[in-house]
Design a protein around this ligand. Structure first.
Ligand SMILES: [Ca+2]
Ligand SMILES: [Ca+2]
Length: 207
């Protein structure tokens, strides 16, 4: 009997069962919560609402944003813009021509699985570069007017909703520190499970 059992165990360990176990891909570290957040981020970044993110979205944002500022041709603004475009192209498109929502989520999951610390750092750098664009007067605070310009350029034109979006971040003396936005956004898209209410998720639902 013992001999038979040993044979069965041996047979199983050499068979497809073992092969199956070994060939099962490692479990994803990204949680459902993160996948949901990356999906929201994707939707928000699809400026022209055609359900795909491409250079067109950046160009539309850029065009709207600088048109609102009166198309100033300022060397420093151009440098800030170019820097944000480089990081946007890398983080959002991974240097591709366009990206679908599913591929975007898969790309974020792979980056997150590879190195969570580097992933968070990438998100912080991305948000920092974006805030440099939005913070037109460069005082490291986002005013209501700056926030409105950003949202309108990103394809959101309802004043009341845009104001609600801004108020979600509980401005003090009418402004939100850039650092708060960086921290809140990084938390939103890098925390496996929410440790406190996600201001970005709330803000998106107001739009
Ligand atoms: Ca688009
Ligand atoms: Ca400012």
């Amino acid at each position: 009997m013992l001999y038979v059992t040993v044979l069965i165990v041996l047979a199983l360990s050499c068979s497809g069962v073992d092969m199956f176990i070994r060939s099962t891909p490692p479990e994803r570290k990204a949680s459902r919560n993160l996948i949901k957040k990356w999906g929201q981020w994707y939707t928000f970044s699809d400026v022209n609402h055609d359900e795909v993110i491409s250079d067109d979205d950046f160009e539309q944002f850029d065009h709207n944003f600088y048109e609102r500022l009166g198309n100033v041709n300022d060397g420093q603004l151009n440098t800030i813009k170019r820097r944000f475009y480089r990081i946007w192209k890398e983080v959002i498109l991974n240097y591709q021509k366009e990206i679908s929502k599913d591929d975007f989520i898969e790309m974020m999951a792979q980056r997150y699985d590879l190195d969570q610390k580097a992933f968070t750092e990438m998100i912080r750098e991305f948000t920092k570069a974006l805030c440099k664009v939005i913070d037109v007067n460069g005082d490291n605070f986002i005013s209501e007017e700056e926030s409105m310009t950003d949202l309108a350029a990103a394809g959101h034109n309802k004043m009341t909703e845009n104001k609600k979006f801004f108020m979600t971040f509980q401005p003090k003396n009418g402004v939100i520190p850039v650092e708060k936005i960086i921290t809140e956004f990084a938390r939103s898209v890098t925390e496996k499970f929410e440790t406190k209410p996600d201001l970005f998720e709330k803000a998106y639902t107001d739009l």
